[in-house]
Write a protein that binds this ligand. Sequence first.
Ligand SMILES: N[C@@H](CCC[C@H](N)C(=O)O)C(=O)O
Length: 289
Amino acid sequence: MSTRIAFLKGHGTENDFVIIPDPENAIDLPPTAVAALCDRRAGIGGDGLLHVVRSAAHPEAKEMAAEAEWFMDYRNGDGSIAEMCGNGVRVFAHYLQRAGHVAEGDIAIATRGGVKNVHLVKEGDVTVGMGKALLPGGDVTVSVGERSWPALNVNMGNPHAVSFVDDLAHAGDLFTPPPFSPASAYPDGVNVEFVVDRGPRHVALRVHERGAGETRSCGTGACAVAVAAARRDGADPAVTGVPATYTVDVPGGRLVITEHADGEIEMTGPAVIVAEGEIDAEWLDAARH
Ligand SMILES: N[C@@H](CCC[C@H](N)C(=O)O)C(=O)O
């Protein structure tokens, strides 16, 4: 009889994840195995994978262990590594609470994008301190077919290009990554958000995620969009001294983003676990090669 490995499946505004609890970092998860697990036909299916590891047990997180017991080793659905995942960190924290590893209240989670503070309540939405946005500057252009738009380069730990468009349909089918220029703006690839207005401080987006394709939501992307919208609207909290709150509709739901005068950004949204089960270890072993 083959060994089985526990997994869960969850989502945040329908940005969906395979969750692999592995406190001691004992499970080998090369990119091929991650891509196989995230495959929607031959695997479990997900936009990405949340590898749940104790910080002290992971070489990339050891230095954060004193501050944050758990490390979100985030992988994109194609097996590539990303610095941060905003929807993922809410689902990650919710999993830790459900598994009894943490209690309600404030907890710190280590990510490649630094330690993030998550506020957990008994039931309901989860709020994450996402840190500050960096605006590296430069003129960036994103295009789809014959159309092109200026984009704001926003770094939320991971890279984003935010373009305001007249109609979300202008983003096309998003089957392939939208071309951007200059290539030097994003040497490691980029997540691209297309944004329209829905009302005062209320926008909607579609996103093409690096390493995943078009997804139903992107938490870091929603934060990047709120930052871009605040600059466009003359509501930059660093200038006005007043926090700017934006409602960001995504195809899979709604996120609320507040940027404070000191630049710190908070995101609130749902976190859902939908299933748990076991992976056949022989299948996973074959997927590693
Ligand atoms: N869906 C995520 C972002 C995941 C990482 C991204 N694809 C990247 O490569 O940077 C989110 O909710 O932030």
